[in-house]
Each structure stands twice: as structure tokens, then as C-alpha cells.
Write a protein that binds this ligand. Structure first.
Ligand code: ADP
Length: 177
């Protein structure tokens, strides 16, 4: 039996407004917060998220969460049950780090599946401060979600902050159909 892919929806807006089981954070490896979407999630979700992050650092990730991995915490005051923190690669012109970016989506989906989440919202990981070109970032995101979503995750949303990112995800989705 072939597995049906998840329904993928594009949303133009702020990921912290989403009502889903899991919101993915484009975190940095310290797990202690940062700018961009990371800052927005901690601000809106409140201190419980940082508290969980600190515990994870103490118990497992003293050297930081490795790039391409994902880990879950409470979602605090967000309209979600969990925040899944993943660390995207910094874009490089001398080294192909696409596998690491794909891994962020794969690992986040794996964690979501383990938690029993059925709906998940992703930002465009690495396409802000980490400099990944949005067209390529969108292609990797869409392809990986199609390939790697567990059957239990049926609702995947990409939440794009700006119009340009939204258009690039539209193109990537259309190309994959
Ligand atoms: P990274 O360090 O992985 O590049 P950033 O947070 O700088 O992470 O950016 C990742 C993407 O998230 C960028 O496309 C940025 O425009 C977008 N972004 C920033 N804030 C939000 C938000 N509140 N909701 C959704 N996307 C956001």
C-alpha cells in the first residue's frame, strides 16, 4: 500500500499565530534563543520554553544541539503542544550543506511522529540570518516533507513571513506536483 503524502499548506504570516500540534523553531545550537523566528517564538511562548531548553542543554546538549538535529520542548503560551527546535546549516558557497538542511525537516518530522503530533508548522529554516537562498531552501523543504513525513503527520504548513518567500514556496510546490 502506498502512503498518502501529507496535505501541505502555505501560510503568509507569523508562525507564532499558528494553532497546530507542533511549531518548528529555526534555533541556534545553543538552544538559548536568538533573533528572527527564534526570538519571536520565545517572546510569544514565554519563559517555559527557555526553561525546557536549559534542561535539555544540561542533560543532553552541553556542546549544543548539532546542526540538522531536532528536539522538542513545551510550547509555553503558544497555541501548540510542542516546539520542535532544529538547527539549520549556515549557507556556504564552498560546501554543499543541502543534506543538513533536509535533515532539519526530516528530523523535525521524525520527532513530531514520535510525539504523536498530526499537524506541524515550519518556518523556512536557514533562509534568514543563516543566508540560505530562498528558492533552494523552498525546494529542499517541499521535497523533504513529501518524502519524509510519517503517515501520522497529515497537516504540514509552511509559514512564510514575507511575500517573496511565499512565492518561492508556491513555485517549489507547483514544481513537485
Ligand atoms: P535562520 O537562522 O535559520 O536563517 P531566521 O529566523 O533568521 O533563521 O530566518 C528563517 C526564516 O524565518 C526567514 O525566512 C525569516 O524571514 C523567517 N521568519 C522570521 N520571523 C518569523 C516569524 N515570526 N514567523 C515565520 N517566519 C519568520
Amino acid at each position: 500500500m502506498t502512503q498518502s503524502p501529507p496535505v501541505i499548506t502555505l501560510v503568509h504570516g507569523d508562525i507564532t499565530d499558528q494553532h497546530v500540534d507542533a511549531i518548528v523553531n529555526a534555533a541556534n545550537s545553543s538552544l538559548l534563543g536568538g533573533g528572527g523566528v527564534d526570538g519571536a517564538i520565545h517572546r510569544r511562548g514565554g519563559p517555559a520554553i527557555l526553561e525546557d531548553c536549559r534542561k535539555l542543554r544540561a542533560s543532553h546538549y552541553g556542546r549544543g544541539l548539532p546542526t540538522g538535529k531536532a528536539v522538542a520542548t513545551t510550547a509555553g503560551r503558544l497555541h501548540a503542544r510542542w516546539v520542535i527546535h532544529t538547527v539549520g546549516p549556515v549557507h556556504s558557497v564552498v560546501e554543499d550543506r543541502s543534506d543538513l538542511l533536509a535533515s532539519c525537516y526530516r528530523e523535525s518530522l521524525r520527532v513530531a511522529g514520535e510525539l504523536g503530533a498530526t499537524s506541524i508548522a515550519f518556518p523556512a529554516v536557514s533562509t534568514g540570518i543563516y543566508g540560505w537562498p530562498i528558492d533552494d531552501g523552498a525546494r529542499i523543504a517541499v521535497r523533504t516533507v513529501r518524502e519524509a513525513a510519517p503517515a501520522s503527520v497529515t497537516d504540514v504548513r509552511f509559514v512564510l513571513f514575507d511575500t517573496h518567500a511565499y512565492r518561492e514556496f508556491e513555485k517549489a510546490l507547483a514544481a513537485e506536483r
